[in-house]
Each structure stands twice: as C-alpha cells, then as structure tokens.
Ligand binder design. Structure first.
Ligand code: ZN
Length: 214
C-alpha cells in the first residue's frame, strides 16, 4: 500500500473535477438566498465584495465565512483602478481590507479589479499590498442578460474543469438560476470550490494576474 500521506498531499482538485464560482459586487439583499442554495448543494464559492457594502451588511459576511466560502477584495466603490492615482488605488484596496478584517477577523489574500481593469501600475500597487489579482475563465455577463434562462445556459456552457466563473450576487436572476446550475453541474461530476482550493499547492505571487487572460 502507498503511504497514506501521498494521497493526502495530493491537492483536492487533482483528485476531483473542480470549478470555482465567483460572485462579485455584494454583499446585497439577494446574497442570503444564494447562500441557502450553496448550502443545499454543499457548494463553496468565492465572494469578491465591495468595502462600502460590507460595512452595511456584517451579518451576511459572517455567514459567508462560517459556511466555508472565501472572501476577496473588490475595492471600496468599484472604480476602474487604471483611471485612479496610485494613492487612490491604495486607498480603495486598504479601506476594503480593513472593513473586511473588522467584520470577519480575516485579511483577504486576493483581490479582483473591477471590470478586470488592470495594468502594470495597478499590478505594482497590488504587489506592494501583497495581493494577487484574480480574473476568470468564463464571464456570464449576467448583469447584462438579466434573464434566468440565459444566465443558466451561459453558466453551463462556460463550465469546465478548473474553470473560474464570473457571476454577480447583486443580479437577482443570477441568484434564481443557481439551483438549476448547481444541480446540473453536480450531475456532471463537478465539485464547487473556493479559489484557494482550486489553487491547491500553487502559490500566486503578490500582484500576479491569474488565471491569465487568453
Ligand atoms: Zn464588479
């Protein structure tokens, strides 16, 4: 028999077909319904939250963490970081780090630039702040579609092993489409994991953009 540690050391997503669902721009009044759905399907997700909303909804943030989800920094007010001064970029991120820490007692270890807008200068600031930049492999454009059937179909089409799917828990049709999405993907053998679980032993460098845009 192989030593037990050999199996234990192998990252979860090398053993299982994983996908990372990510929900941006919350927390919002629809978030608890999404958390209920995730719980029902034993799904873990990652929430890239806005600092200004965290301050208003601490109980939703605490529930996210308690139920095993991951929290990332999505800035305070959702500006396009590439249009800001260095000082403004740093203020957007650090104010959000602080309010998240005050609310859940954890410092986020990753961020997502609003609209995926980044450049070398933003990357350098994130490197100084110690935060990798998390992008996605599939964008549902759910905020544009605003239609449950379309969002369901797009999410299923974008799903792939080790995929990172961009969704928004501020879009009610997205939250409504998740039961069908999770049910179907579960049947297809997917495990729903956080970004950290998806990364496994892989360590992202501060400022690194991952997954790379194609
Ligand atoms: Zn966003």
């Amino acid at each position: 028999m192989p030593p037990a540690t050999a199996q234990a050391a192998k990252p979860y997503c090398e053993r299982y077909k994983c996908i990372a669902l990510t929900f941006d721009d919350g927390p919002w009044p629809y978030t608890p319904e999404l958390l209920d759905t995730l719980k029902k399907y034993q799904a873990k997700a990652t929430f890239f939250v806005l600092g200004r909303k965290v301050a208003n909804r601490p109980e939703m943030m605490q529930r996210m963490v308690k139920e095993g989800h991951e929290v990332g920094n999505h800035t305070w007010d959702h500006p396009s970081l590439t249009t800001l001064s260095d000082e403004e970029i740093v203020a957007e991120i650090t104010s959000t780090q602080e309010v998240i820490h005050e609310t859940i007692g954890l410092w986020p270890t990753m961020m997502r630039p609003p609209s995926g807008a980044t450049n070398a200068r933003v990357g350098a600031r994130m490197a100084e702040l110690g935060l990798p930049q998390i992008m996605w492999t599939g964008s549902t454009l759910d905020w544009q579609a605003r239609n449950q059937k379309i969002i369901t179909a797009r999410t299923l089409k974008l799903a792939k092993r080790n995929g990172v799917i961009l969704l928004h828990d501020i879009v009610p049709e997205t939250v409504k489409s998740m039961p069908a999405v999770l049910k179907t993907l579960k049947k297809r053998g997917y495990k729903f994991v956080t970004i950290s679980t998806l990364l496994g032993n892989r360590k992202l460098a501060p400022g690194e953009v991952w997954p790379k845009k194609k």
